[in-house]
Design a protein around this ligand. Sequence first.
Ligand SMILES: Nc1nc2c(ncn2[C@@H]2O[C@H](COP(=O)(O)OP(=O)(O)O)[C@@H](O)[C@H]2O)c(=O)[nH]1
Ligand SMILES: [Mg+2]
Length: 451
Amino acid sequence: MTGFLFADNTGMILGIAGAVVVLLLVLWWMRRGATTTTDAERPEQKPTEALAAPPVEVSTSSSVSDAAKGAVATVGAATASAVAADERVAEAPEAVAKPPVEAADKPEVKAEVAKADAEVAKVDAEVAKVAPAEPAPRPEPTPKPEPVRTVRDGLGKTRKEGFIARLGSLFASKKTIDDSLIDEIEEVLFTADIGVKTADRLLNSVREAVDAKSLSDPKEVWKTLRSEARAILDGATDTRGTLPKEGEPKVIMVLGVNGTGKTTSIGKLAHRFVNEGHTVQLVAGDTFRAAAAEQLEHWGRRVGAKTVRGKEGADPASVVFDGVESAVVEKADIVLVDTAGRLHTQKNLMEELKKVRRVMGRAIDGAPHEVLMVLDATTGQNAIQQATMFNEATDVTGIILTKLDGTAKGGVVLGVCDALHIPIRYIGIGERVADLKDFDGAEFVEALFAS
Ligand SMILES: Nc1nc2c(ncn2[C@@H]2O[C@H](COP(=O)(O)OP(=O)(O)O)[C@@H](O)[C@H]2O)c(=O)[nH]1
Ligand SMILES: [Mg+2]
C-alpha cells in the first residue's frame, strides 16, 4: 500500500514539500523585515520632555495678558475680559497644579506658574480699577411717617367753629361782666350741641360764680366754664364692666347705630391690643351684609387678628356664640365682637342685641366684660338720645365717640357724660389706625378751650 502511494504520488509529495519550504522561508523573511521597520521608524522619546510642557500654562499667561489689555480699554470690555480671564484662570491653577511630579519640579514650569499668578494679580488690579463699583444695596425707602394727630388737632373744628369759638368771641368783645353778657352766654349754650341739661348746668355755674365772687373780669367767667366742663367729664368715670376670670378671654361687645364707626373702631382697637402683645380674636356679629364681615376680616388681616364669621344672613347670636367659644379654645386674650348697626328706635333689633349679649354669657360666664357703644360726634345731640336707649337695652360700660375730627359738635362729649355718667373710653379723631385715642378729660378740656 505504501509502495503504491509512494510510486503514484511521488511528484505531488515533492511539490507539497517544496511549497512548505518556500512558505517557511517567506514567513521568516517577513518577521525579520517587520521587526527592523518598527524599530527603525520609532521616534526617539524622552519621557520627561513629553510630559513636562502642558501647553495650558503658556496659553493661560498670554490669555491673561490679553484680558488685562481688554480690561483697561473700556469698562464694559474690562468686565467681559475679566470674566473670561477669571474663567481661564480658574482652570489654570488646576492645570498647573497637576503636572506629573517631575514636570512640576522643573524650574521652567515653576517660572511659568509664577508668571501666570502675576498676570492674574495684574488683571485683578486692572478690573478693580476700571470695573464699576458694585452698587451698594439701596435701603428700602422708608415710608414717610404720617404726622401724629393729636386730640387738639382732632378738636380743631369744635374749637374754631363750635360753641367754644362763639363763647370765645363773646368774651373777647366784653371788658366787663353785665347782664347782657350772661344772656348771650345763655343763648350760645342752649343752641350748642350739648343738650339742655348740660347747657343749664354750665350757665348756672357762671351765674353762681358771678354772684358769689362778684366777678368783674370776663376771663374769670371763661375759667369758670372751663372748670365746670372738667367737672362734668370727671363725673363720668364710674368703673363699669367686669374683669375676665383667670385664663379666660376678655370679651368686648361693640354696638351702635349704622355707620357710626363700629367696625373701624374695632380694627383700631385690635391693632392697639395686638401691639401690646395680646392675642386678639374678632367676631363678625354683623351678619346682615357679607361686606360687613369682609370689612372686619380685612382689619383682622391688617392687624394680625383672627376673624370668626358666619354666613350672610346667619343668626347673629349663634355666630357670636361660636366665635366667643372658639376664642376660649384658641386661648385668645381679647375678643372684640362686632354687631350690626341698628337704630335705637327699632324695637326688634334692640331685642336681638339683648339676645346677642346673653349668648356671650353662655359661652363664657360673665361675658361680655365690656359693652362699648359707638357714637358719631357729627350727629350732635342725637348721640345723647342714642346713648340713652342703647344703655337701657344693654348696660353700656363705655363710649367710643368717633369722627370728632370732622365736626364742630365736639361739645356733645359734655352732653353724653352729663346725661349718662357713662365714661367715654376712646375718641376717634380720624380714619387712620392711630386715630383712636384714650379719652382723658383734662386733655380734652385743655384742647377744647385752647386759644
Ligand atoms: N373722620 C373719621 N372717620 C371715621 C372715624 N371712625 C370711623 N370713620 C369712618 O366712618 C365710616 C363708617 O365706619 P364703619 O366702621 O364702617 O361704621 P359701622 O357701620 O358702625 O361699622 C368709615 O368710612 C370710617 O372710615 C373717625 O374717627 N373719624
Ligand atoms: Mg360695621
